[in-house]
Write a protein that binds this ligand. Structure first.
Ligand code: GRF
Length: 206
């Protein structure tokens, strides 16, 4: 079976990018990372990608006059690499309709809370400060709203024993690194369809 080509978008550390790339290399996920794109030249994850033989590209949003123009440039680069699925992995930009129109429901994101609770930039801290007993992470299909699209995989973690939000973030990150490959594997290998907001596995085309 031909491997699905992935594009991964990052803005920083790229630990989720690494977990996806490793799952592809090991064969757990039947895909290959065709290109890693960052909006920041100083994203640490770029170095790891290059060291691991993955093509990289940088498109600073500061070089474009609109969100749409920035997205257009990235979409073009992804299409040059024949990318079929896009994974946002710590990519700190909202996508415009240019992006969603190009890839449809084949754009995923991971967020460090159990959505719809605690969307936004500080999911772990907001959950910790609220005093929840359980938080976690969510892999979802991306739409035009922040941290909003249909949910593919969620994993819960207990907050008890975490002394601060950083400790909770560390605990959630461990689950993120399992959840993202799991979500990709399911979407690429199982039949699924969207029923409203629900990702219905076992129905539809694989
Ligand atoms: C992760 O916590 C992810 O859930 C959030 O941004 C963080 C990125 O971390 N969207 P990394 O760059 O993947 O290490």
């Amino acid at each position: 079976m031909a491997k699905t080509k992935l594009g991964i978008l990052i803005s920083g550390r790229g630990s989720n990018m690494q977990s996806i790339a490793r799952a592809c290399s090991s064969g757990e996920v039947p895909a290959e990372v065709a290109v890693v794109v960052s909006n920041r030249a100083d994203a640490a994850g770029l170095e790891w990608a290059a060291d691991n033989g993955i093509p990289t590209a940088v498109f600073s949003h500061k070089d474009f006059e609109s969100r749409e123009a920035h997205d257009e440039a990235i979409v073009t680069r992804l299409q040059e690499a024949e990318v079929e699925w896009v994974c946002l992995a710590g990519y700190m930009r909202l996508l415009s309709s240019v992006f969603i129109d190009a890839f449809g429901n084949r754009v995923l994101n991971i967020h460090p809370s159990l959505l719809p609770s605690f969307p936004g930039l500080h999911g772990q801290r907001d959950a910790f400060d609220y005093g929840v007993a359980v938080s976690g992470c969510t892999v979802h299909i991306v739409d035009l709203e922040l941290d909003h699209g249909p949910i593919v995989v969620q994993r819960a973690v207990p907050v008890e024993g975490c002394g601060d939000a950083g400790a909770l973030a560390d605990r959630i990150l461990i689950e993120e690194h399992r959840a993202y490959p799991e979500a990709l594997k399911r979407l690429l290998t199982e039949p699924w369809t969207l029923e409203g907001r629900r990702v219905a596995f076992g129905r539809g085309a694989s």
